[in-house]
Design a protein around this ligand. Sequence first.
Ligand code: NG1
Length: 564
Amino acid sequence: MTVLPAADAPIPIFTTLKDLYGSLATAVKHAERWDELVREFHTKFGRKPTYVARAPGRVNLIGEHIDYAHFGVFPAAIEHDILIACAPRPASTATAHPDRHAPGSVVAENLHTRYTRQVFMPTRRHTLGDDVPLDAVRVAPWHLDIDKSELRWESYVKAGYYGVLNHFFSSSCTSPVPVPVDILITGTVPPGSGLSSSAAMVVSSTLAFLAANGIFDGEKAPTKGELINIAVENERRVGVNSGGMDQSASVIALPGSALYVSFVPSLHAEPIVLPRDAVFVCANSLVVSNKAESAKHQYNLRVVETLGAARVLAHHLNLQVDSRDGENTKRRLVTLREVLARKSGFYRDEQDVQQEDLVQLRKGLEDLLEGNVLDCLLPKIEGRTGVTLEEMIGMGGMDEAEFREVYLSWVDVETTYFELYLRAKHVFEEALRVLQFREVCLDGGDNEESKLQTLGKYMNASHASCNDQFDCSHPKVNDLVQVARSFGEVEVGQRKGRVYGSRVTGAGWGGCTVSLVHREDVEAFIAHVKKKYPSYEGMSEEDLAGWVFATEPGMGACVFKFTD
Ligand code: NG1
């Protein structure tokens, strides 16, 4: 089995593109973008950048909406990435632009002409919550204004910066202050498409500010694991309570492998080599899903529904999930995975181990799904599957005030109706599928065709569950899945096209599909999808190339350092 990459490995620093992309051929493909970035940086800021921070997007092969329930997922980094060129602002320009020399001030530009220049500066926010001038309060947390009500590109930059400020320039009066920085961004990860452009933005922004402040390769440098944790925390500042899969894939990925990313007992990523003939092709439905704006009734609501289901299950199964402080019970959030581990009797064991025991996890999932324990999540009234807030609170054995405090006070959701049963069933079934998928990939047998067929079957089942039980697909995404699968009816030479499965990937409600295709049929498959998906009609080949593409698992986040 492959050696596990330690989450405590340092963040790689490269000085050549060949090393950064893992091959000369890939480096050559990207060289022009890098040249343009450096050239434009010079034009905009009058000097060369000192560093470029890079973070890739990812495609999730299987394991949707289960990372925040703490079940393992199966993503791979893709070649598409976000690049942020940066350089500390030289003191020599302070006289001409004193306003831009305040500690930590940022001038942010985007290569995309649609996005305008942004200038912002962090302030210290004291305990009363008012913004005060930097000089007056040197011990309060740093603050940046982030507009959560609309999708703004610079919000992701600020989110990344926030973590750097508060982790590395924290409360002491004697700690150094952040330097003023110029940055220029470019990216090829399409936003709102389920390929994790947001995590790539936040990870690359975090890295850029670390680099500009000289923190990434010194003693204080965070490890990959720490970078992931900071990036997850940072992304919550844009209003999305994300689970950690994307940041893990973006940071830990290795060329040629997908990752089995698990979260218990702590974050762990195992590189898994994919079957030789397997190629995963992404296709964009062109339905943009704005996760931050719709979070209240989509992503964040699913987080609350799965947590609510875990609470009700724990109560029903009489599991002791809360701590006691004398007479008082201290309520806390429990995940579906914790409930499963407690119910199956392995919760205690896993507190002391380095890595989760996948055999007992699989057995626990199978036993739970065979029984009818999930029925306790259904309402007493026939004719509907979901429950009201009041019903959920009652079924979880909590009173309203404590439920609101523990489950709703930290997250923005907008609904009165919660589908606990359907969401929990999806989570447990999908978690089992991930383990099965991983086992097929690790199977040493050489019957490639049967491996691919089995993987495809799991992907199709995952899509059905995302659509029917988790309600995170979209009619157009379903159309695209059908178009992909219909390649199996097309003649390619003497036989039918080899597509094994197709599903929505990422958060959903639009965005991309991922399809498993035989390596030899990739070109024909891409041509078929481009021709048959109605929303692609009339588009140029150049545009289409950005919407349908084969992925090769690529390298994770890193910093490029200019040496001259
Ligand atoms: P995308 O598709 O990148 O928005 C989101 C979450 C993941 C995971 C998936 C669903 C963020 C940053 N990412 O991914 O953690 O929950 O949805 O599987 O919120």
